[in-house]
Ligand binder design. Sequence first.
Ligand code: THG
Length: 837
Amino acid sequence: MNSLQEILKHRVLVLDGAMGTQIQNLNLDPSVWQNAAGCNELLNVSAPEAIKKIHRSYLKAGADIIKTNTFGAMDWVLDEYELKDRAYELTYEGVKLAREVCEEFTDKTRFTATSLGPGTKLPSLGSIGFDEMYKGYHNCAKAAIEAKTDIFLIETAQDPLQIKAAILAIDDAKKELKTAQPIMVSVTIETSGTMLIGTDIATAAAILKPFDIFSLGINCGSGPDKALPHIRALSHIWDRPISIHANAGLPQNRGGYTFYPMGPEEFAKLQIELLKFDAVSFLGGCCGTTPQHILELTKAVKDKVPLPPKGHLEPCITSLYESKSLRQNPPPFLIGERSNATGSKAFRELLLAKDWDGVLNVAQSQTKSGAHGIDVSVGFAGRDEIEDMRKTISLYNTKIPLPLMPDSTSPEALEEALKHIGGRAIINSANLEDGEEKFHKICSLAKRYGAALVCLCIDESGMAKTKEKKIAVVKRMYDLALTHGLSESDLVFDMLTFTVGSGEREYFTAAIETIEAIKEFTALYPKAGTILGVSNISFGLDKNAREYLNSVFLHHCVEAGLTFAIVNVKNTLPLHKISLDDLRVCEDLLFDKKPNGEALFVFISHFDKVKTQKSDTNDEFDNLDTATKIKTLLKEGDKERMLKLLSHAKDEISPEAIVNDVLISAMKEIGELFGSGKMQLPFVLQSAEVMKASVDFLKPYLPKTGKKETTLVIGTVKGDVHDVGKNLVDIILSNNGYNVVNIGIKAEIEDFIKAYHEHNADAIGMSGLLVKSTAIMKENLEELERQGIKAPVLLGGAALNENFVEEFCRPSYSGAVFYCKDAFEGLNAMQMIEKKQ
Ligand code: THG
């Protein structure tokens, strides 16, 4: 038989249409339902000819692939009809029927695809366990293979965790029975724009990319028109075939029965349009489609050849809701360290007290502080680590928007975590301390669950101390990990550091060895990442002084190429906040600049003084003039002190001047610090928040100008959740008298246009951090052009540049296009737009 891959080079493959509505139309004798009315799968044995008739009608209409009548044949679904024990039989018979009908047709190859639905429960919500789901799917998969299915189709998926359970079950069944059927995965995107659990198509793609699946696509939910933007987005990032089997339009409730508004011709026409996107290879029908719909579709795809996949997705880890590139820009990827039972007494006590709200709060406040991911380490003497891991991870899985990093030395605890993470996780960690067997065990977990993996440079002789040893251990682990089919970009290596605070001669060069190892590693394996538990450098030293040493060490590691840092994000000082004196003392210690380890003693006594100086600095602060005080607090992101200060500062400096002269110019300096890499995003975010609070506080005291405000509609474009830049622009423009309509993140072009008309706006601003967002901006301009809109458009965002705007954006649009390098250029643009009016 021709492989799918081979056929797709020459033509599009057509899936059949709906089963459920066809069954209803047959008006079967009530006796076929036995005591399980509504259990369609039962008909595979009680009315096999009826099911065959439906299959035959679709094959006659020209379908290449028929979906078996096994959508709900998993035992936990059949249990609702007290038919739990018949899952294997009903699946086997369902596939057999489809096989038999396919064999009646000899004109072209016809395929059976074993349909596996989501069942009625979402594992991410805890309503069914991963293992139970896995077992149910595994049983069906074995039956389908025994009945000689050609393909597996995981369809109408609503929760990525459910998809993972199904894929693992099918993979295992295939291995056991030594077969190799391709797996197609198809998710349902609701009208909200995400899967039911909240995952958008880009995040779903990032989660599923590591798995060996043949295709990814969309079915059910709505019609082909509504699916278009999601298919387009998927086509940009997916490197394999894409399938779509939509409903015959968005179902309508017509007096209690479901009506599908799209007739065969309209349906086929809209589906065909999707073939303009790269990789779209399978078209078919879902609810409300009939053999007539498939007949029209077959006619319409005749002579059409799928465009080859060209999508590219950079390596990411994800939560259920968003993906984060393994390469943060600016680096590093900050992993919050506080959800750690050994590393934090406070967290340990929350766990001991089973204070789950408190446990959640620890991760929430790290999210607020600007962490990009959360390390979760619950192992602690006397506790059941697996149980604590399950509880904590399930909580974080749905309630924390950041990717998770389960941290344990126990493969069992790690696997428990992976069974409860819907997104793509990163495992912390594997090492060679207990030999290769355990190392392999953890690598195989990463491979199995599609996770990224941290490897620590520890071997049978212990933690590597010198650069040479660190590199040697890392090389050994790298080669071992690759035997599992993990790729370079899935791997993150920890060079580990000893403390420079112990006073032991052996460790005077601990920081140097680590920094040099990071440099050498980065040159050797440019696609792999590096990570450090940064605070290890300062164990044993005074808590206050540690923050300085950790921050300076982090800075040098990042310069050496470090891509990940496990830190207490809140206490990480940006370099510009460290005085030159403090910096020198830290660097002397880190780089062993003084003979006989003297640098340690200088460090200790220096920071003893700094402690007292810190209260001095308060004096210093008190001596600053009011404007400088305001600037300082804005840069420090200290909302509480700022609001206190403003309550009397407004009597000394006019509120208008505070906003326009003091705050805005401080914000500009922050922008420059950020631009030159001296201030990291989380801190800019914190300052922006204080800016907003300050302006809100001052608003009642600002003069009202009375003139019509010039209005800008601003949003972060589709597929992008980054809104720091956009919110900065919002704040800065609002404070300069412009009316800003902020439509939020992941904004579709339709949202921009709607808000533009609704608010009678003067300009549209599109923002986005990701490279892919720049392409979306171009698409958006084309759509504005198509709709005859000529409003000035402001474009901004990290991945955008002058060239791209000139070459790709400006020619697509007849209105004015402003490239705004930063928020302040956005202000310039608005001033020009205002003058022109
Ligand atoms: N590499 C990798 N993973 C790691 C580490 C590493 N995971 C665990 C650890 N090291 C990183 N996490 C922490 C968490 C807390 C602290 C340090 C590292 C910490 N705790 C305070 C202390 O020990 O003084 C305790 C303070 C409190 O109780 O609140 O500093 O290196 N891959």
